[in-house]
Design a protein around this ligand. Structure first.
Ligand SMILES: Cc1cc2nc3c(=O)[nH]c(=O)nc-3n(C[C@H](O)[C@H](O)[C@H](O)COP(=O)(O)OP(=O)(O)OC[C@H]3O[C@@H](n4cnc5c(N)ncnc54)[C@H](O)[C@@H]3O)c2cc1C
Length: 462
């Protein structure tokens, strides 16, 4: 390896109250919350659209609700409200989701199903960001930071027009990869405990024929119905049990790691078909990533051939969309003031500084939040250690693999975003230099006023 010492650069500078790095699942909500609370907010996103993994990776947004169907007699409760739920309402008004529907089978995994149209989501979230006055920087990558002792002062960003520096009072790392925290030398670990994926949208599918075929083989493992292209009671989520179609079919799909879980809001179209692989190294490493991007695209081509061959209804299937780059479950985990354990999650623990309530676990039924209850995520869990003005949210928190299998899910990331954005704005506007010094009551009351649901309210009204 050869090295080159770059000379100091004179950068154009701008000032903000709050800088959110990463305009994905959690970062967009953080920016909405910060701007609506009155902060001059910058949202920096490397790609040419907002949404991140929510429009590239997932299937169904897990989950706005508790796991009520798994526990007979337990009341159905919507645990995540506020901005994450507002997005679903706006999306629905634009024909981008059937909204929240009940799962019809495998309810021990999730009791509700919320599917989205990825392309409409990209439009709607950007519209909401614009209307809320967030200053938007697409095609702009955070590349470096300026740190002054235990405070972050600025972030260096690069776009086609060159490098700039954005100074801010408070920062939120919502990059998924943890680039902001790592550049700031915040304590963190690198993990490689998940597969990586490039999900594709598959067109030319007759969903009814596909469903009938799976039903005839008793191979429908999971099902949800809702409005599809304006028509009620249509299949919008279906998980196949490939094993019921014969060992040769199951092993062919296993070989290319093509998941049998699909969701859609459109006729003739499967919105997310996941093609995955396990990398040898952590997905931070560019050269390994480059190889894996190729491997996944090769697997996508092979998966479509398998779908055409083995799945009636998919004879004319074709790849209509892929992600611009592969998606990760995690790469860096940022060390925060509090690190939740899986036991706390499944035992339904709440804290005196709860910022949200949540009830889904991606390892269900192996791990479920007990009795269809909820757990809380404490404000401390998003405060980055050793830095006074930096939050980390989304897939960046929860060291423990099993705990992460809950906190990393889309709806939890969005709820963390609302809390982080609100807190960052309140600190910036209130002249609070350390985010730990924000009085919890101030944060709690603002979140509550903005629609956040506290399932076990630490500060109930008298
Ligand atoms: C294949 C797959 C399937 C999944 N399925 C589901 C599911 O069905 N249901 C569910 O609820 N959850 C699912 N998840 C989990 C969930 O989607 C993610 O954990 C969640 O969306 C992560 O949100 P985030 O805000 O942390 O990151 P992201 O949404 O990934 O946002 C990070 C953003 O930061 C940007 N960025 C990165 N680096 C920089 C930089 N240096 N400068 C500027 N911008 C940068 C990225 O471009 C991206 O837009 C799935 C995840 C994957 C990978």
């Amino acid at each position: 390896m050869q090295y080159y010492v770059a000379s100091p650069r004179k950068l154009p500078a701008r000032e903000f109250d709050v800088l959110v790095a990463g305009g994905g699942t959690g970062g967009t909500v953080a920016a909405l919350a910060a701007a609506r609370a009155g902060a001059r907010t910058a949202l920096v996103e490397a790609k040419g659209y907002f949404g991140g993994t929510i429009v590239e990776g997932g299937c169904s947004l897990h989950s706005y609700f508790n796991l009520w169907q798994a526990f007979p007699g337990v009341e159905k409760r919507q645990l995540v409200r506020g901005i994450p739920d507002e997005i679903i309402h706006v999306l629905k008004a634009h024909g981008g989701t059937p909204g929240h529907v009940d799962q019809l089978s495998n309810v021990v995994y999730d009791s509700a199903c919320t599917t989205i149209d990825t392309e409409i989501y990209k439009f709607v979230i950007m519209k909401m960001l614009r209307e809320s006055g967030v200053q938007l920087f697409l095609n702009t990558t955070l590349t470096d930071v300026v740190r002054d002792g235990d405070r972050l002062r600025g972030a260096v960003v690069e776009s086609h027009q060159g490098a700039e520096i954005f100074f801010a009072k408070n920062f939120i790392d919502a990059t998924g990869f943890g680039d902001l925290s790592a550049r700031a030398s915040a304590p963190h670990i690198e993990l490689n405990d998940h597969g990586v994926t490039n999900s594709m949208g598959v067109g030319g599918v007759n969903i009814e024929r596909y469903y009938d075929f799976l039903s005839a083989h008793d191979a429908v493992h999971e099902l949800a119905r809702g409005d599809r292209d304006g028509k009620p009671d249509k299949v919008i989520r279906i998980v196949a049990d490939f094993k019921k179609l014969g060992d040769h079919v199951a092993s062919a799909f296993r070989e290319v790691d093509c998941a049998a879980t699909v969701s859609t809001t459109r006729d003739d179209y499967l919105m997310f078909v996941k093609i995955s692989c396990r990398m040898q190294t952590n997905p931070l490493y560019r050269d390994a990533l480059t190889e894996t991007e190729y491997l996944l695209r090769e697997r996508q081509i092979r998966s479509i051939e398998l779908m055409r061959r083995y799945l009636p209804g998919c004879e004319n299937a074709f790849i209509a969309r892929t992600s611009p780059s592969l998606t990760i479950r995690r790469a860096r985990c940022i060390t925060c003031e509090y690190d939740m354990t899986n036991e706390e999650i499944i035992n339904g623990t709440h804290y005196e500084d709860d910022i949200l309530s949540y009830g889904f676990h991606d390892s269900a039924p192996r791990f479920q939040v007990k009795n269809g209850e909820s757990y809380g995520l404490p404000y401390r869990a998003i405060q980055v250690k050793e830095l006074r003005n930096l939050f980390a949210i989304g897939m960046l928190i929860s060291t423990n693999h099993d705990a992460h299998m809950s906190t990393r899910n889309t709806v939890c990331c969005m709820a963390q975003g609302q809390a982080a954005g609100t807190a960052a704005a309140l600190c910036a506007l209130g002249g609070i230099g350390d985010v730990r010094d924000l009085p919890y009551r101030t944060l709690h009351d603002r979140l509550k006023a903005d629609g956040v649901w506290f399932d076990h309210d630490p500060l109930p009204e008298k």
